[in-house]
Design a protein around this ligand. Structure first.
Ligand code: PBG
Length: 331
């Protein structure tokens, strides 16, 4: 029997035909990575006087406020979708008051970035944990995070960032009702055009470790399981997304990304708003650590992790690889 007749007899489907050349593979590629959908997190440190590399996040730094303008120009030139700002304040207190200080690191950086790169999308993370002495994302009362007492503080921070030029505010605290509270505060201060990207499904993850070292925001006692989600729950992520959209979220997020691709896919089919996924510090640091040992190829593994997040259904990917991956994709 010839090969041709055997092929007909058994109706072999030769899927390798479209894998033969780079051009054929490119023609049938289902998911394409686009730097315009990447968001780069940046750490603005009120106390830094020069770029300070972050040991837990190879290739990432804490930046002084006067470096902000240059970062925004760099993001615009790289063609990425935007920047997500985190702040390290001069001083902390038990209520995280510095989060809403109009002269704090994030508002000052936003003003400089807005002036230097007017078209760049600027997103400000809204949370208290970088600003509280105890490191929790809300105000403590009898050792517990008090949900409703935290809401006005988050709202004041969001208004401060909107007034400083943020296009989008992104609450990451996981308090109930914070999207509605922030929307009301923004509208009441004439900031109707500021969008809210809520960290709707933010899991109590061990993958945040390198970030907490970078942003100096680890809880000093206990953990975040009383407000962040149980990693075992997918249905609850759909509920969180639905609640935040009803409260007024313009876009929602799943975080972390790589270990939660099923959650991204499930939220994608249920929600009509733009969906972001955050490839968090531990995902990034783990790839770097393995690559440093020579155990995997950083560029290949990083791009594969990003295409997986896009394939799962994320419209926006927040990733520490954003600037670097944009350069890789241009080559
Ligand atoms: C603040 C916040 C955290 C991250 C983003 N915003 C830390 C946390 O919740 O403990 C984690 C980001 C990352 O790991 O890259 N609430």
């Amino acid at each position: 029997m010839t090969l041709e007749s055997r092929e007909r007899a058994h109706a072999i489907r030769r899927t390798r035909r479209f894998r033969r050349t780079p051009a054929l593979r490119s023609l049938v590629r289902e998911t394409r990575l686009d730097p315009r959908s990447f968001v780069q997190p940046v750490f603005i440190d009120a106390r830094a006087t020069s770029e300070t590399p972050i040991p837990t996040l190879p290739g990432q730094s804490r930046w002084p406020i006067d470096a902000a303008a240059g970062l925004a120009v760099r993001a615009a030139k790289a063609g990425i979708g935007g920047l997500l700002l985190f702040g390290l304040p001069d001083d902390k207190d038990d209520r995280g008051a510095a989060a809403a200080d109009p002269l704090g690191p994030v508002p000052r950086a936003l003003r400089a970035m807005r002036a230097a790169a007017p078209g760049t999308v600027l997103i400000a993370d809204v949370c208290l944990c970088e600003y509280t002495t105890h490191g929790h994302c809300g105000v403590l009362r009898a050792g517990e995070v008090d949900n409703d007492e935290t809401l006005p503080l988050l709202s004041q921070a969001a208004v401060a960032y909107a007034e400083a030029g943020a296009d989008v505010v992104a609450p990451s605290d996981m308090m109930d009702g914070r999207v509605a509270a922030i929307r009301e505060a923004l509208d009441a201060t004439g900031r109707r055009d500021t969008a809210i990207l809520s960290y709707a499904a933010k899991f109590a993850s061990s993958f945040y470790g390198p970030f907490r070292a970078a942003a100096d925001c680890a809880p000093q006692s206990g953990d975040r399981t009383g407000y962040q989600m149980d990693p075992a729950n997918r249905r609850e992520a759909l509920l969180e997304g639905a609640i935040d959209v009803v409260e007024g979220a313009d876009a929602i997020m799943v975080k972390p990304a790589g270990p939660y691709l099923d959650v991204i896919a499930a939220v994608r089919v249920r929600a009509d708003v733009p969906l972001a996924a955050y490839q968090v510090s531990g995902e990034y640091a783990a790839l770097h650590a393995a690559a440093e040992h020579g155990w995997l190829d950083l560029r290949g593994a990083a791009l594969e992790s990003l295409v997986a997040i896009a394939r799962a259904g994320a419209d926006i990917t927040i990733t520490y690889f954003a600037l670097e991956a944009a350069a890789w994709l241009r080559e």
